[in-house]
Design a protein around this ligand. Sequence first.
Ligand code: C5P
Length: 286
Amino acid sequence: MNRLTLDACAKLNLTLDVGEKRPDGYHNMEMIMQSVSLYDTVDITLTAKKDIKVMSTKPNLPTGIHNLAGKAAKAFKSYVNLNDIGVEVYINKRIPDRAGMAGGSADAAAVIRGLDILLDTRLSADALSAIALSVGSDVPFCLFGGTALACGRGELLTPLAALPDCGILLVKPDFSVSTPALFAALDGCQVRLRPDTRGAVDALCTGDMKALAGRMVNVFEEALPEAERRIVVDIKSELLSAGALGACMTGTGSAVFGIFPTLEDARRADLGRFGETFAVSPVKSI
Ligand code: C5P
């Protein structure tokens, strides 16, 4: 077998808290991550050429090793010492980029999983996770998916009770904020509201959607520039008016989501005026 196609699913942060900046320049995180049913399709082919090629349906995305999928192929090849193998990746993009939904990280994780299968290297979960972390902080979660508490840079993962069935409406407004810039802004601001992560984990354990939805907080919202913060506040308030049990920004944005009792409820909410919208469901495992 020299070709494989895998789904790469987007993630949301049900909670997101940022701790202190570490000596290595990264921040300690505490966040509840959730896979959702919005997928890129990643087609991976082994070739006789030695190079790494990445193409996608979005012409603005970087190709080769400047794309996280290419960086993942390079990291995998060097980890297993198979530098002579060529890898071609074609990505059918559906996850919006610069949305805080780990679109690039999900593609990278799919490449790592795919190469482990195609090359029959059978690496341990720890080894796959180490390769993933060398590519980006969200990539280890994207390898395993489901519902998990992520600490450290995002690589210390504890599986959690699955998010109960529900509908999620994602809204991607037309702005994006640089991730390093938002971390820097957060370092300089006094955060007023932090998530009750323990309470959210307990709510997942008991399957109490209302309690969980009421604890969805992302500290990055406070660090956004004022105009963008207002847009996020408006979207959240519209989601709640449309019947969402809770609403929150994901990652460093700019996508905002609301959790509804059912997928039908999420589909009915009309927030198209704020940007692209996607009605999705939680994914239990990938
Ligand atoms: O790991 P990744 O490449 O996704 O991180 C992008 C940037 O986000 C880092 O260069 C750093 O500025 C910031 N970051 C951080 N702490 C983390 C994750 C990311 O400061 N835990």
